[in-house]
Design a protein around this ligand. Structure first.
Ligand code: FMN
Ligand code: SF4
Length: 471
């Protein structure tokens, strides 16, 4: 198995960058990361964002569980000034797993506790929380809903990989019914209702999730879908537009945000030698977002850039750029050193994947210099992620530096940086993918194992990891 990450210094990484012919940038001056930024009406105290990351540890009724509370205390205390709360379903049928969060009227007090504890931890460790933004990602999982796939548009490459309907056993293919326009319209109320609840329990923003090939992302690329919500650009963006408008009406003070795929890509599979390779395809993909018509392995940002501008006009004030589909090609979304169990060895140097993230976010930021953009792809850089973040913020390539797995391994990295000028080297995410492996582990009485960072958060996940591995 090829291993890539052998870098002992920024100079090593810069040399690799030159060798690979990519555009990673590094800076030792971290001051751009400490500068405040403005999101809608709010001042945000620094340029660090914790990405949305599901712990798959909610209660069956959708409330946060004890591990969920623990995670947001740790994230709140960590020092990042944007905490982007994880995927939270707007309906039971839209949950990706039986432990995914699901905010409802009857579990509001538990969510109010989650917000209060995150903010209290922030105050305790960092002083003021007036400049902390805490949001919640609202989702419908579409084809990845665990009870039954909700399919917006058929996809010849993804359909055979999609888990069958649990109750009927129906598999996704040409005779599987598409979700109807009327059913889609009803989701508008689900999003608006959940957004209003999110505002009432104290979240500062909601993210209308349009990434990772869940429902609203699939609709963005649903060129083959007939009716009001498929075909041309206007139709494919219609449901999200209706949702943004409904949320603005239902919760006027709430900041609108979105996590948007810049590029979907197509599925990859594992070759006999373990390496990843794109599924066989001919020319243009039938459906998909941000893909070049000539070659779906090449991004085309024309529509994503147009859509970000339209969303800004609809009142969206914060955009987090993601890539790919975690089930179909994990290397796009989460450049890794060790693959997840349902994955493959990285088919490209993972730094090329990091560079793809940075370039796509930079192109969108360049198109809208005044709109705060959050970038992704930093955890692969391990202890050098602050150097890349500082250079990207300095150069206006992003407004906020988003950290995913790195925050599971070392949630207090911003405080470490403040106190010592560097990360704690004993707790840096090494992109081992154990967290993704736990997400894929379902053989649990609740139908889903919780996830976190077994190597660097043994206290909470050491035993869980042993159980999943059958040790
Ligand atoms: C355990 C785990 C859970 C995740 N859950 C979510 C989620 O709820 N919503 C989302 O948009 N992305 C989710 N992601 C993706 C991350 O937000 C992030 O995009 C990805 O890990 C790449 O960033 P990184 O390289 O800093 O880890 C998850 C990732 C992991 C590892
Ligand atoms: S398990 Fe921990 S070290 Fe491994 S990828 Fe996840 S966060 Fe990083």
């Amino acid at each position: 198995m090829a291993r890539f990450f052998k870098y002992k210094s920024v100079a090593d990484l810069a040399a690799e960058n030159a060798r690979l012919g990519i555009d990673l940038r590094f800076s030792d001056d971290f001051s751009p990361l400490a500068a405040p930024a403005t999101v809608g009406p709010q001042t945000v105290g620094n340029r660090w964002c914790i990405h949305p990351m599901e712990g798959c540890d909610g209660e069956p009724d959708g409330s946060p569980g004890e591990l969920t509370f623990r995670r947001y205390q740790r994230f709140g205390g960590g020092g990042a000034k944007v905490v982007w709360g994880e995927a939270c379903a707007v309906t039971d049928d839209g949950r990706a797993n039986p432990r995914q969060l699901w905010l409802m009227d009857k579990n509001k007090p538990a969510y109010a506790r989650l917000v209060a504890e995150c903010r209290a931890a922030h105050r305790a460790e960092n002083g003021d929380d007036a400049d902390l933004l805490f949001g919640l990602q609202l989702t419908h999982s579409g084809r990845y809903s665990y009870r039954r796939p909700v399919i917006a548009a058929l996809d010849p490459l993804l359909d055979p990989r999609t888990v069958a309907d649990k109750s009927t056993g129906a598999t996704v293919g040409s005779d599987y019914p598409l979700v109807t326009d009327d059913e889609l319209k009803r989701f508008v109320d689900d999003y608006a209702r959940t957004a209003k609840l999110a505002a009432e329990v104290g979240f500062d923003f909601v993210d209308v999730k349009q990434c990772h090939r869940y429902l609203l992302n699939e609709l963005l690329g649903a060129r083959s879908r007939p009716g009001l919500y498929g075909g041309d650009y206007e139709n494919r963006t219609r449901l999200a537009r209706e949702i943004f408008q409904a949320i603005r009406a239902a919760a006027p003070g709430l900041i609108l945000a979105t996590r948007l795929n810049g590029y979907d890509g197509i599925p990859f599979h594992k070759e006999p030698d373990g390496a990843g390779a794109p599924d066989a395809h001919t020319g243009a993909a039938v459906n998909g977002w941000g893909l070049s018509a000539a070659d779906p392995l090449v991004p085309d940002l024309a529509e994503p850039i147009r859509w970000v501008g339209d969303m800004q006009r609809l009142g969206v004030r914060l955009v987090n750029i993601a890539l790919g589909n975690p089930y179909a090609q994990p290397h796009f979304g989460r450049p890794f050193e060790y693959p997840p169990p349902d994955g493959y060895e990285s088919p490209e140097h993972p730094l090329v994947g990091v560079d793809r993230h940075f370039r796509i976010a930079a192109a969108i930021q360049a198109a809208y210099p005044d709109l705060p953009i959050v970038g992704t792809g930093y955890s692969y850089l391990q202890e050098f992620l602050p150097h890349a973040g500082a250079a990207n913020v300095r150069d206006g390539r992003v407004t906020f530096v988003g950290v995913g797995r790195g925050a599971l391994a070392q949630p207090d990295w911003v405080r470490q940086l403040r106190a010592h000028g560097r990360l704690d080297r004993t707790r840096v995410c090494r992109t081992f993918s154990y967290c993704t492996a736990l997400m894929r582990a379902k053989n649990h009485p609740f139908g889903q194992y919780p996830t976190g960072c077994p190597p660097f958060d043994k206290e909470a996940y050491g035993a869980v990891w042993k159980e999943v591995r059958g040790e």
